[in-house]
Design a protein around this ligand. Structure first.
Ligand code: NAP
Length: 283
């Protein structure tokens, strides 16, 4: 992917999600410990959004990065109903306050908007970049054709499109991954553990995951993450969310897993693609 933090640290393809974090005072210490453990393990990309816990997630991230801001790569997102040209900047300024920083590394439009035309939102993202409030810009939940339109609407590079991608949700493979490979847009796979951490996961799927996990002596979640990051995925980052130190530690194991062709074949048989493309949804 080739991204670095401001301090020059390279950003590995596994980061940390924070959806549903920062909402409860009781969970706060565990969440902070998990995020900081992740940074120590090299998972320096952290993903948040103004929408998560009504800004509580950004406040949590701000606290977690305190004292090491320039060694961490922060992504946040503007909610589509706020993404007019001026709103995109005003909401970024509010995010920066909650994060306790004067820049984000990556600023994304969270979903295609049904309120504001895409050219408005792209102009807002472009302004954020040109004012130095964001180092990179991107989008989220964009199918390939809308990503192409977004690329036409800015002179700057769209660095990332954050979309759902996992063994259980393979929609990006139909059109988005081929497009992203050609256009060198990094995809950020969200909900990469979807289904995999569900105790009700079908037995044959569980067996396939356990089989590959034992071949590499890692957790099944590490296998699911390594599958998302396999070479066929093109430029790809993933952002599992873990609010426990033990979970972050297991997920970080994926950084050292290279699945073999046999592993991938076994997993593909257990989790076949439904062949559906990403459905365009505007919020
Ligand atoms: N752009 C978008 O529209 C969008 C949408 C959804 C998500 N996202 C981003 O993507 C991130 C990840 O997606 P997600 O939160 O939906 O799902 P996820 O990362 O696939 O799964 C999170 C769940 O997995 C559990 N978990 C994590 N590591 C585990 C491990 N090693 N063993 C067992 N359980 C484990 C977590 O539990 P604990 O918390 O208890 O550790 C949590 O319940 C979000 O947090 C958010 O930052 C973006």
């Amino acid at each position: 992917m080739g991204w670095t933090t401001v301090s020059g640290k390279s950003v590995p393809p596994i980061g940390q999600g924070t959806w549903k974090m920062g909402a409860s005072a009781d969970a706060r210490q565990d969440e902070l410990s998990a995020l900081k453990k992740g940074f120590d393990l090299g998972l320096v990309l952290v993903d948040t959004a103004e929408m998560y816990a009504d800004g509580g997630s950004e406040r949590l991230v701000g606290e977690a990065v305190s004292g090491q801001r320039d060694h961490v790569f922060i992504t946040t997102k503007v909610w589509p109903q706020n993404a007019s040209r001026a709103g995109t900047i005003a909401h970024l300024e509010a995010s920066l306050k909650r994060l306790g920083t004067d820049y984000v590394d990556l600023y994304l439009l969270h979903w295609p908007s049904k309120t504001h035309p895409l050219e408005e939102s792209m102009a807002g993202l472009t302004d954020a970049l040109e004012r130095g409030l964001a180092r990179y810009i991107g989008v989220s939940n964009f199918p390939a054709d809308l990503l192409e339109e977004a690329e036409r609407l800015t002179d700057h590079r769209i660095f990332a499109n954050q979309v759902s991608y996992s063994l259980m949700a393979r929609e990006p493979e139909v059109a988005l991954i081929p497009y992203a490979k050609t256009h060198r847009v990094t995809l950020m796979a969200y909900s990469p553990l979807s289904g995999v951490v569900d105790p009700a996961l079908d037995g044959s799927r569980q067996d396939a995951l356990c089989n590959v996990a034992s071949r590499h002596d890692v957790s099944t979640t590490a296998v699911a993450l390594a599958w998302v990051l396999r070479s066929e995925s093109g430029p790809m980052v993933t952002i599992p969310k873990a609010s426990r130190v033990e979970h972050v530690t297991h997920n970080a194991q994926a950084l050292r897993v290279r699945l073999t062709d046999d592993d991938v074949e076994l997993l593909d048989r257990a989790f076949p693609s439904a062949g559906r493309d990403i459905a365009l949804e505007r919020l």
